[in-house]
Structures are given as C-alpha cells and as structure tokens.
Write a protein that binds this ligand. Structure first.
Ligand SMILES: [Zn+2]
Length: 160
C-alpha cells in the first residue's frame, strides 16, 4: 500500500528510487484469507512483524513478506511428504498428513517468502532470518523453523 509519506518522499527525491514491491488487490485478498486461517497469536505476531518490516525503509525495499502457506489439508501434506521420497524433488517436510501444525484449523504454522520488486518470489535465508527476529520479538511463543535442531532447517516456517 502506498503511504502518504513515501509518495511525498518520492516526489521530493530527484534520484531514481527503487520501486517498493507491491501486492496486487487479488494478492492482498489471498494474503488476508491465509492469515485468517492462523491461530490469533500467530496471526498477531505475523501482522506485527510485517508492520515493522514495512516500516523499515531498507527492509521494505529488499522484499515484501508474503504468506505462501498457512492451513494445509492432510492430503496436501501427504503430497508434500512424498516429495523427495516416492516423488521427485527436494525433501520439504518431515511430517506426514495430520502431523503438521499446518494441518490444524486454525493453523498453528505459517510459511513466509518475499515478493521482490521484479515480481519474483525469494526464500532468501538472510531475509528470513531477519524476519524471524521480528516474529520472535513480536511473540516469544513463536518458533522459527530455522532454529529447528538437526540438519533440517525449515527457514520459511513459523509455528506456535
Ligand atoms: Zn511450514
């Protein structure tokens, strides 16, 4: 969303500014629907972290946080579990259908990525670790998948 402040800054600045990545109306509706699937504590932490991110002039230029997944049906979870095992692709989860916090409704987990100015989606570990700091600051009950013990780090993943 374009704020009054940033449009004022843009009109005053003679230099070419990098565009802030912007979600379309449809994308914003999808984001709101996904966030609505999360338990209130997790949704609140995400909303606060997102607001802090977008309030930071450097971070918001790096990319806009987006929810790629929140609630996931047990069937969809089993499809993901098969990936890297009985189906091609990298392993993306260690949880079978019904075992993931994504499979609860309301969901106790959400996955984050970043929309870049060129329309690409990024799962940058650096950006995710910065976002994780904001999530944990918003609510100490939030666990980041990047902190999971063992070799499998699920950096896009946050849960309560
Ligand atoms: Zn996840």
């Amino acid at each position: 969303m374009e704020t009054g402040l940033s449009s004022t800054v843009a009109s005053l600045a003679p230099v070419k500014l990098r565009p802030v990545p912007k979600l379309s109306d449809v994308q914003q509706r999808i984001q709101a629907a996904r966030l609505g699937q999360a338990v209130p504590s997790l949704a609140a932490a995400y909303s606060q972290a997102l607001a802090r991110w977008m309030g930071d002039p450097v971070l918001r230029l790096a990319g806009v946080p987006i929810l790629t997944d929140c609630y996931r049906s047990p069937e969809r979870q089993n499809e993901l579990f098969a990936q890297g095992r009985s189906k091609p692709g990298p392993v993306v989860t260690y949880k079978r259908g019904g075992k993931s916090k994504h499979n609860l409704l309301p969901a106790r987990a959400l996955d984050v990525a970043f929309l870049l100015a060129d329309g690409e989606v990024s799962w940058s570990g650096l950006l995710l670790s910065k976002f994780a700091r904001l999530m944990k600051a918003a609510d100490a009950r939030v666990h980041w998948g990047g902190d999971f013990p063992g070799d499998f780090k699920d950096r896009p993943h946050f849960e309560v």
